[in-house]
Design a binder for this molecule. Structure first.
Ligand code: FES
Length: 508
């Protein structure tokens, strides 16, 4: 067991801990710009870089700090091997579209590589082969089917019965010449380039709505307006839905990462298991030593067991498989999956063709975020893009869409009802420091967090999005909504939408 190791008390990503990022003030007046980008992750920053290089006036806002959302919490694999996907894409979209998806990912990798080379960016970029592996009989045939899809689509790969990593494997599927990097060292340089080209960035500036006059105007929480010709919503869930019904067309999942040192030398390569629970493994360099990034434990947010159990499961896996000599960081990330597994990139609705979304990356944000930035920049610059039609949010592929749509909404309805009935303690005096519970105060379901200095923070647990009940995430000390993945700090402040307003505070 790994329990004797020191477990980091608070989550922190290695990426953010190992780079110092510039800071920007919040927006304190109304402004005009050509392109307003909401969200300072890989999509928003890459699009800002591309557009400012072409002379556009671009403004980027972020509700918190840039590079502190999913991009700051990624595994940072730059790969077209997005799990077992190509056979499924061929079945649902045809071989030509499956091939386009692979090409889009490959182009994104090449664009990143060329940009790193052009600006001589030191971001630990390394070409690596990617592997999907299994040690279970019933997954071998899935890998075999996926290998046939690779062959049909001319994807360079091969099926193997072992991998460089020292773990038991019955079968593996290799995709050659993929890559990994330090995402924030790379994006920091893109920020600097774009700012030199005129990009304006405002942090701690929350977009709440869009109003139309002749042009769209983003309304901020402080009631300032950003009037522009185009809006790019690169904020994970679109804050402006335009009746595109995005919450019903995507579902959120959380995943966990531990960064550990092991007695073994990392042999190179990037790995992901074909089986559940998912195990994803890569390494990075920290102070000249291998830092192993081991991730997995996907689940819907705000549901199920204590989130610390997921870190324990990863730690036990790492300890039993490789050994752990030091447990350095832990963090978690949340991403959205669309009903047909392809991201939504393009106009938010058919009618609103100057307001764009880029979302639903299914945890493959390095390539999908770069693809999105290129598609949306090309559209704004009136250039053709060979991949734009594939990712249009208005596409409709009935078979998988209807099935998942129904199951997701059944799940949401269950949580609307179930959440209202569950109370974990009825006396907040029982609460230990740095713990939280749900109780009833003046007839209202109330979440109470007690910090390590015994200060109490009480919030109404009704989510401000559509009224489901949030639950405590002990690993991150947040209130998470099981329905569409909104997340709130223990103070009630919004960390992640689709909710826009904080949870109501409750007087104790
Ligand atoms: Fe939709 Fe909470 S009800 S995120």
């Amino acid at each position: 067991m790994a329990s004797s190791l020191h477990v980091p008390q608070f989550p922190k990503t290695y990426w953010r801990a190992s780079v110092s990022l510039p800071e920007f003030s919040s927006l304190d007046t109304s402004i005009k710009t050509d392109v307003a980008i909401v969200g300072g992750g890989i999509t928003g920053i890459t699009a800002a870089y591309m557009l400012t290089k072409q002379g556009m006036k671009v403004t980027l806002i972020d509700a918190g700090n840039i590079l502190n959302g999913v991009t700051g919490h990624t595994t940072a694999k730059i790969t077209a091997q997005h799990g077992i996907i190509y056979d499924e894409l061929m079945q649902h979209f045809g071989a030509d579209n499956a091939s386009l998806y692979y090409q889009a990912c490959s182009d994104a990798k090449q664009w990143i590589e060329e940009t790193i080379s052009k600006h001589d960016i030191n971001c630990h970029y390394q070409n690596e082969d990617a592997y999907i592996f299994t040690n279970k009989d019933d997954s071998i045939s899935k890998l075999e089917t996926e290998r046939k899809a690779y062959e049909q689509l001319d994807i360079p790969g091969e099926q193997l019965d072992s991998i460089p990593l020292n773990i038991p494997v019955q079968s593996a599927l290799k995709m050659k010449n993929q890559a990994q990097f330090h995402p924030l060292m790379y994006l920091k340089q893109l920020v600097e380039e774009a700012v030199n080209d005129g990009l304006e960035i405002y942090e701690h500036t929350t977009a709440t709505d869009i109003e139309y006059n002749k042009h769209p105007a983003i309304i901020t929480r402080d009631e300032h307006r950003i009037t522009c010709k185009y809006v790019i919503q690169a904020s994970h869930y679109p804050f402006y839905d335009g009746q595109g019904f995005y919450p019903t067309r995507m579902y959120p999942e959380r995943a966990y990462i531990i960064a550990v040192k092991t007695p073994e030398t990392f042999p190179g390569g990037m790995y992901i298991s074909a089986d559940s629970p998912t195990r994803s493994i890569r390494s990075t360099s920290m102070d000249g030593e291998d830092l192993w990034l081991i991730s997995g434990e996907n689940h819907k947010p705000g549901q199920g067991e204590s989130t610390m159990n997921h870190y324990d499961a990863l730690m036990n896996y790492a300890e039993n498989t490789f050994g752990i000599s030091e447990y350095v960081y832990r963090w978690s990330a949340q991403d959205l999956t669309t009903v047909d597994n392809l991201p939504y990139i393009g106009p938010v609705t058919k009618k609103e063709d100057n307001i764009f979304v880029a979302t639903g990356y299914r945890k493959w944000g390095m390539t999908n975020g770069t693809i999105a930035a290129k598609i949306l920049s090309d559209r704004i610059l009136n250039k053709d893009n060979p991949y734009a039609a594939l990712f249009l949010p208005s596409r409709f592929h009935a078979d998988p869409a209807i099935r998942k749509f129904t199951s997701m909404n059944t799940d949401v309805a269950k949580h609307l009802i179930k959440g209202k009935l569950e109370y974990t303690i009825d006396n907040i005096k029982d609460l230990a420091p740095d713990d939280a519970a749900v109780t009833r105060i003046n007839g209202k379901r109330t979440g109470v967090y007690k910090d390590s200095e015994n200060n109490l923070y009480a919030v109404d647990t009704t989510c401000k999005h559509l009224g489901c009940e949030v639950n405590w995430n002990a690993g991150d000390r947040t209130w998470d909504c099981p329905c569409h993945g909104s997340r709130y700090a223990y103070t009630g402040d919004v960390i992640e939408g689709p909710a826009k307003e904080p949870l109501n505070k409750v007087e104790l």
